[in-house]
Structures are given as structure tokens and as C-alpha cells.
Ligand binder design. Structure first.
Ligand SMILES: [Zn+2]
Length: 64
């Protein structure tokens, strides 16, 4: 199997990183493609905000 391309796929929204940014893809079973999972810019920001909220909630009991 020839791995000619590694595609970065967002593990949250499943979009793929392309030359034109993060886009949804409907490719099916292309065995020569290798996927690497990560966060797209939007989901990364959302995850960062959520992590920050948990952090705040852990030190301010009333927010739990
Ligand atoms: Zn995403």
C-alpha cells in the first residue's frame, strides 16, 4: 500500500484540512490515504474555551 498523502482530519467536526482551509469531505474508502487526527482551528478554540471554563469552575465552586 502506497501512502502518498496524509490528511489531517478534525476529531470533533470531521472536516479535513485542505489547501483552502478546513472542509467537509465525502471521499469513501480511499485506501491510499492516511489520516491524522487533530483539531481544526474552530474546534481548537472551542476546546480551549471549554478547558478554561472547567479550570475556572474548579476554583469557583458556585459555577459547578
Ligand atoms: Zn473541527
Amino acid at each position: 500500500m502506497k501512502n502518498d498523502k496524509i490528511i489531517v482530519k478534525c476529531c470533533i467536526c470531521r472536516r479535513e484540512q485542505t489547501g483552502k482551509g478546513w472542509q467537509y469531505s465525502f471521499r469513501i474508502n480511499e485506501s491510499n490515504r492516511v489520516y491524522a487526527h487533530g483539531f481544526c482551528s474552530v474546534c481548537y478554540d472551542a476546546a480551549a474555551v471549554r478547558a478554561k471554563l472547567y479550570q475556572v469552575a474548579s476554583v469557583v465552586p458556585v459555577l459547578r
